[in-house]
Ligand binder design. Sequence first.
Ligand SMILES: *[C@@H]1O[C@H](CO)[C@@H](O)[C@H](O)[C@H]1NC(C)=O
Ligand SMILES: *[C@@H]1O[C@H](CO)[C@@H](O)[C@H](O)[C@H]1NC(C)=O
Ligand SMILES: *[C@@H]1O[C@H](CO)[C@@H](O)[C@H](O)[C@H]1NC(C)=O
Ligand SMILES: *[C@@H]1O[C@H](CO)[C@@H](O)[C@H](O)[C@H]1NC(C)=O
Ligand SMILES: *[C@@H]1O[C@H](CO)[C@@H](O)[C@H](O)[C@H]1NC(C)=O
Ligand SMILES: *[C@@H]1O[C@H](CO)[C@@H](O)[C@H](O)[C@H]1NC(C)=O
Ligand SMILES: *[C@@H]1O[C@H](CO)[C@@H](O)[C@H](O)[C@H]1NC(C)=O
Ligand SMILES: *[C@@H]1O[C@H](CO)[C@@H](O)[C@H](O)[C@H]1NC(C)=O
Length: 811
Amino acid sequence: MSLLLGFLLLLLMLSLHYSPTSSAATDTVSPGHALAGMSDRLVSNNGKFALGFFKTVSDNSSSYTSRNSYLCIWYNKLPMVTPLWSANGESPVVDPASPELTISGDGNMVILDHVTKSIVWSTGVNATTNDTIAVLLNDGNLVLQSSSNSSMVFWQSFDYPTDSLFIGGKIYRNKVTGLNRRLVSRKNTIDQTPGLYSLEFDISGVGHLVWNSTVIYWSTGDWDGKFFSLAPEMIGATIPNFTFVNNDKEVYLTYTITKETAITRAGIDVNGRGIIGVWYDNLQNWLINYRMPILHCDVYAVCGPFTVCNDDNNPFCECMKGFSIKSPKDWDIEDRTGGCMRNSPLNCDFTMNKTGLADRFYHMQSITLPHNGMNVQTVASQDECSEVCLRNCSCTAYSYGKSGCSVWHYDLYNVRQQSDGVADGNWKSLHIRVAANEMQTTERKRKSGAIIGVGTGAGIGALILMIILIVFWRRRQKWFACGVEINAQEGIGVTAFRYIDLQRATKNFSERLGGGSFGSVFKGCLNDSIIIAVKRLDGTRQGEKQFRAEVNSIGIIQHINLVKLIGFCCEDDKKLLVYEYMPNRSLDVHLFKDNAKVLDWNVRYQIAIGVARGLAYLHSSCRDCIIHCDIKPENILLDASFVPKIADFGMAKVLGREFSHALTTVRGTIGYLAPEWISGTVVTSKVDVYSYGMVLFEIISGRRNSSEVHFEDGGYSAYFPMQVARQLIDGAIRNLVDAKLHGDVNLEEVERICKIACWCIQDSEVDRPTMCEVVQFFEGILELKIPPLPRLLNNITGGSHPTSLLSIDLQ
Ligand SMILES: *[C@@H]1O[C@H](CO)[C@@H](O)[C@H](O)[C@H]1NC(C)=O
Ligand SMILES: *[C@@H]1O[C@H](CO)[C@@H](O)[C@H](O)[C@H]1NC(C)=O
Ligand SMILES: *[C@@H]1O[C@H](CO)[C@@H](O)[C@H](O)[C@H]1NC(C)=O
Ligand SMILES: *[C@@H]1O[C@H](CO)[C@@H](O)[C@H](O)[C@H]1NC(C)=O
Ligand SMILES: *[C@@H]1O[C@H](CO)[C@@H](O)[C@H](O)[C@H]1NC(C)=O
Ligand SMILES: *[C@@H]1O[C@H](CO)[C@@H](O)[C@H](O)[C@H]1NC(C)=O
Ligand SMILES: *[C@@H]1O[C@H](CO)[C@@H](O)[C@H](O)[C@H]1NC(C)=O
Ligand SMILES: *[C@@H]1O[C@H](CO)[C@@H](O)[C@H](O)[C@H]1NC(C)=O
């Protein structure tokens, strides 16, 4: 069984086949002209929209065929049906009944069961004329109007949006009457039944994503004239041009498009996320360029009850231990409202404790607690807390910690596993109540060494769509398709390559430029002109992680000092990343290799500034804070003019806007690792500052900090950063500079760079400057004091090799 990622909404759309009819279509339903059966349809006058009965027909890869047909509006010219609106989501026409759309005697537009003539759905208005007709307008609005006077409109589909916002349609709230025209998600990827998620405005003009009309899990923030404060990406969504109106009477959001011919989709997807997408002809598919929230697990109850959500996993929903999926076939079509259910019923008899049959708890660590916990005041120990829970049969979990005892009753929602390396200090542990025999089975399983595997699911399509997502929610949009470069004139260019093309471009991966734990990098040539570097990641899970991390971070950013991702390839287990080629290789080659061209001081200084700018951008200028986590000379590439470009984002971590998250699992390279990695305290972007400081020392000395040369006397006092710190105080920096430069340096710059380096490697992250401050130091905007000796260095009294000092087991 492979559960599908949210992105598969799109993939599933691919499987919604229909065959366009050639019969001359009209745009009007009138008493004399009904719309009958599955092939009949209305087409708007401009040919853009179609209205008809629609049923999801499965292809051979999916076992689902809906028996329900719905009256839907979709884009007429697309080769697949993407329903934008449906009339009878709650009352489908069920096979074998055949549907018919007509005007009833009372002037309403109705859906009839063709055979019994019973009304399945009706516009339900009181028309004041007896000559009503239904017309599908050019903007996709279906209106019920008087045939003699088209400005007498009695009903229109724009007033009853489903999950999509049409161009010109509105998400609307009337502040006087309370009328709330919201978008409502579909329940699953097959049917048009309304789901639990909605996108709506409150009376103050803030948009919300809401679960089951009660729980707000994401908000837009206030409108600032161009975009919502918490959704700044909207402004860059080049296609939609949003208009937001908020006055005494009403609040609404609508959009237009600047490019007439563009085909867009905006709305709420089956997983409760707001989306904006564009149809892409060359790709013959939708590209969703904006999703909010970005993480599935940020959507309330996205996995249903008794589940654990983790965006790092594929699938991202799993059952808690002792539970299994209630309805796997619903999960397959992304309806997880049923969540998971107990494998064994609870015993609930507290007095059975002695017999060993009483319910037990198992411990889940590093998770976020479910919503709606009840705090129990009078409890002083974990045992008591557990007892409180055991005594009430509806209690399903408890947590005991600094804030006392909390218990949960009935369904547990929103338990979220700490995702890879990210912590915001709120990770807790929870004790889940299960029947006694569940604990025995899991214990037995563990003893016998059975590993409860986690299906990794069918990831490739999802991965590609993930990339699409990530790449596309950026402000400057980049369109791409598999193997085709799109809209190159618009300066856009993250391309999805075919494996075979990259194989050809690299002459079957013949010219290896370098490699690492991730795989290898090869030189290649596109169209006989553009030289590229192709990084081939190995097929393991680690490779996949790196791939995601890399596209995640670098796919969304652009800066002169960051290496540019040209494209990628993702076929089966083949994962490749394509970068611009850097003729001057990496910084380590020039600094440390004996036969390399010696970089003169000016170039070194410019490299130091460039790297600082690139990091400053990563940390603060782009939307999310990206921590590179592996700054070292190997990852600083040099272009033809020796402009530095930070590369290798395989360990990078994208942190949320609020910066409250921090990393916990160690990543990076020994020798450049900040002490907080080792001490296990909270880790922030300051780890990059530390590593950067270490690199600065190497730029100055032209040697590895850990190089044996510095330890000829066997003492730690010779450790270069230590020397620099000392000499700065003593004022003898000239001796520190790489001898290969023969003293041809700017001493003022040397001093500045030495000071910066020493500040960057301060033990406490709060003492280190931010990268922005580092840039300002370089620019002379901020003045630099003499840095104190880093304590870590100062405390060392010789004999110990710094690398061993900083050595820790990374795995
Ligand atoms: C499904 O499979 C059958 C036979 O296996 C084939 O004839 C048919 O064309 C397939 N349909 C699709 C949509 O692939
Ligand atoms: C239609 O008219 C009837 C009787 O006049 C009234 O009860 C009903 O509320 C009206 N319906 C609508 C939708 O206006
Ligand atoms: C509709 O109403 C008009 C007058 O309002 C009347 O002349 C006409 O016969 C009616 N048509 C039908 C089909 O009932
Ligand atoms: C059409 O209907 C509108 C709105 O009810 C009305 O103002 C207008 O006078 C009508 N036009 C004609 C030609 O009847
Ligand atoms: C959603 O809300 C309704 C009414 O408040 C409630 O009956 C229903 O159980 C809720 N759905 C879920 C899945 O909790
Ligand atoms: C966006 O829409 C508004 C209102 O429709 C229009 O005035 C404005 O020119 C549009 N902006 C662009 C860039 O097309
Ligand atoms: C239940 O029994 C276990 C051992 O069987 C014991 O450790 C525990 O304290 C008992 N709990 C209560 C609440 O009596
Ligand atoms: C169990 O807890 C629920 C929810 O707090 C409460 O409504 C119920 O009365 C409790 N039952 C017993 C037996 O205490």
